[in-house]
Design a protein around this ligand. Structure first.
Ligand SMILES: *[C@@H]1O[C@H](CO)[C@@H](O)[C@H](O)[C@H]1NC(C)=O
Ligand SMILES: *[C@@H]1O[C@H](CO)[C@@H](O)[C@H](O)[C@H]1NC(C)=O
Length: 627
């Protein structure tokens, strides 16, 4: 049947042609189709891997993955700290001994939460493993928290046992009587104790037998079990204990793998371990792939690259501020002599991103966006500088998110006449909300249903739906690239305009006499919104030049965004992750009667920033002086 043969051949030809043509046509029409699909594929594989492990009976948790590496490559270094090296086997055994002491000596029962109050050092890692082996969640207290906030943090996680370091002796002793009254037991994980009434556990741990604790301790652990509590530092108020389930723990540890972390990598972590970036992405990433972590007690800009060379570091972890500090160090001839190929982190601004690459060479930067308690995030997988990721149409099916209109002044989403939220158009800034589904659950905050409820937004697109409120303002451009704009709290309104503090900061940071700057809004009687104020630290040896700052801000910033007040500080207060603290500054405002730092006022008549004295201050309060 020749005719049919010809037809078949023609059809086959057409199919081949189509198959060849379709990818190029798709690529032309949707330039990011294939990268989007590939990224989705990688994420889906990762998600399936986590689900499969945790749905087994008994569940295979991150601890089991770590133990697999410890069996296969016992002598491989897991952790380097100063001159110490801990192999996978060392850590496995050490955590067995610690588990033995926690369980036999302290009578720790499976499922009981234990709080750790430790700086970055190896004990953090073996304590984590030991508690996991006993089926006990670990509450990771922020080392900067003190007093009432510390007590609150312990209570929120329901922890009745506190393991601390004598490095934090003063903070521990401050709350000790209150903790003892509540029945919370406190121990140091060190060899000696400087505090009467607190026992040091290390001597007992060192002589304990190192066989693994019986498996029954964690027989009840499932995907939904609470593995950890990680505290998120709200800009105001008390710390919130975000629940990290076993599933979340594994998904976040897999983030490092998604970004390309390999078993032969050495990852350098200077971020505090009480946050998810350092602990879950860094150390957890090593547990997941079997890599090595170099831990440092505190970030040091001057030691950073020397450490990278000394330990053969191939991957670094950052937050945006850390990269800025690195770019601010004096240039050196060996700036590009290092083996770092990958940087993982978040909060990197476009300008610093470019500067970093230019100065330190071709490092592949994986910028991601996500909150510890959040139910989804973004990763930059396309190499677009400045973007945190893409609004990938495939991912959107998996984790439906929206950017909605937000009223900055009222601090709440704008709603239409039906009471539903309104999507923003491409190029417009909106509040990121992520639908709460089975794939993207929101585990909430421990011991605080009110705060949990506050992060849940209802009736977003249809009546009855629920979304996680990220509290972040983002923008999606016409090519679907996603850009982080601001924390909701980092924007204030002045003269009817939104002022993004981070933008003003980025501009002021380029002034030749300014070393560091923190911008915020202060309330002024008789004025709507908040008035811009900048706390600055001067470069060593430099002096404040009011006229030149006036001229510069006039040229580079919209008039509403130029700070009305300037406060000169010797040091700017920062959090453990190098975020600037605004809370106290906002509270202190611009009152020269209480603030001892030099204060300046933007004076449009003199075209300068002039000293703010109590008389001028009184005139502002009496509304005799127009801002
Ligand atoms: C770093 O690599 C060099 C060369 O491969 C090696 O000699 C050195 O021992 C390594 N250092 C560490 C800390 O692994
Ligand atoms: C993200 O963008 C940077 C800048 O171009 C690039 O170096 C890096 O490789 C990108 N990340 C990924 C995962 O492609």
């Amino acid at each position: 049947m020749p005719v049919l043969g010809v037809v078949t051949a023609a059809a086959a030809g057409l199919v081949v042609l189509l198959l060849l043509a379709v990818p190029t046509a798709v690529a032309r029409l949707f330039p990011f189709f294939w990268v989007d699909l590939a990224a989705f594929g990688a994420l889906a594989r990762s998600s399936v891997r986590c689900r499969r492990r945790l749905n087994r009976q008994p569940a295979v948790t991150l601890l089991d993955v770590f133990q697999g590496h410890a069996r296969r490559r016992p002598r491989w270094p897991l952790l380097r700290f100063q001159d110490e090296v801990y192999t996978y086997e060392d850590m496995d055994r050490r955590s067995n001994r610690a588990a033995r002491v926690f369980s036999r000596r302290l009578g720790l029962q499976p499922g009981r939460t234990v709080a750790v109050f430790l700086p970055n050092d190896p004990s953090y890692v073996w304590t984590w493993l030991a508690l996991a082996k006993l089926g006990c969640p670990m509450a990771c207290l922020n080392c900067n928290v003190r007093g009432r906030a510390l007590q609150h943090a312990l209570a929120a996680a329901g922890a009745s046992l506190l393991l601390a370091s004598p490095e934090l002796q003063a903070a521990v002793e401050e709350v000790l009587p209150a903790l003892q009254r509540d029945g919370t037991r406190v121990f140091y994980l060190s060899s000696g104790s400087p505090t009467p009434g607190i026992e040091a556990l290390l001597p007992a741990i060192e002589v304990a037998p190192d066989e693994p604790p019986p498996a029954r301790h964690r027989a009840g652990v499932t995907a939904k079990s609470k593995a950890m509590y990680i505290y998120t530092s709200g800009t105001t108020g008390l710390p919130k204990a975000a629940v990290v389930t076993e599933m979340k723990l594994m998904m976040v540890a897999n983030l490092a793998r998604l970004c390309g972390l390999r078993p032969d990598d050495v990852i350098y972590t200077t971020l505090p371990l009480y946050h998810s970036a350092g602990l879950l992405v860094g150390v957890g990433g090593c547990f997941e792939v079997g890599a090595t972590c170099v831990l440092r007690a505190k970030f040091s800009a001057s030691q950073f690259w020397d450490d990278c060379r000394r330990y053969n570091v191939s991957v670094i972890q950052y937050v945006g501020e850390l990269m800025r500090y690195l770019c601010n160090t004096p240039k050196r001839a060996d700036d590009r002599e290092h083996g770092v190929r990958l940087a993982l982190g978040n909060g990197l601004r476009e300008k610093v991103w470019r500067e970093f690459l230019q100065r330190f060479g071709p490092v592949s930067i994986w910028e991601f966006y996500g909150a510890t308690e959040g139910n989804a995030g973004f990763i930059n997988y396309t190499g677009k500088i400045g973007a945190v990721g893409r609004a990938n149409m495939f991912l959107k099916r998996f984790a439906p998110f929206e950017l909605i209109k937000y009223n900055v002044e009222e601090d709440e989403p704008v709603r239409d006449e039906r009471g539903l939220c309104i999507r923003v158009r491409p190029g417009e800034t909106g509040l990121l909300v992520i639908k709460i589904t089975q794939n993207t659950p929101f585990d909430g905050y421990a011991g605080d249903s009110q705060k949990t409820e506050k992060k849940v937004l209802r009736d977003v697109l249809v009546k009855g739906d629920t979304f996680f409120n990220s509290g972040d303002l983002l923008m999606i451009d016409h090519e679907r690239f996603v850009y982080f704009q601001d924390r909701v709290g980092d924007t204030f309104r002045w003269k009817g305009e939104n002022v993004a503090t981070t933008e003003v900061e980025a501009t002021l940071a380029t002034v030749n006499f300014i070393q560091e700057v923190n911008v915020y809004g202060v309330a002024v009687p008789g004025c709507e919104g908040r008035c811009g104020m900048a706390a600055i630290r001067l470069k060593p040896g430099a002096s404040f030049e009011g006229e030149s700052l006036y001229a510069f801000t006039g040229d580079t910033l919209p008039s509403y965004a130029a700070p009305r007040f300037v406060r000169i500080q010797d040091a700017l207060e920062i959090t453990g992750t190098f975020k600037q603290c605004k809370g106290n500054l906002v509270k202190e405002g611009f009152d020269p009667n209480i603030i001892k730092d030099p204060l300046f006022l933007r004076d449009d008549k003199k075209k300068s920033y002039v000293p703010l004295n109590p008389d001028t201050y009184a005139a502002i309060l009496d509304m005799k002086l127009n801002l």
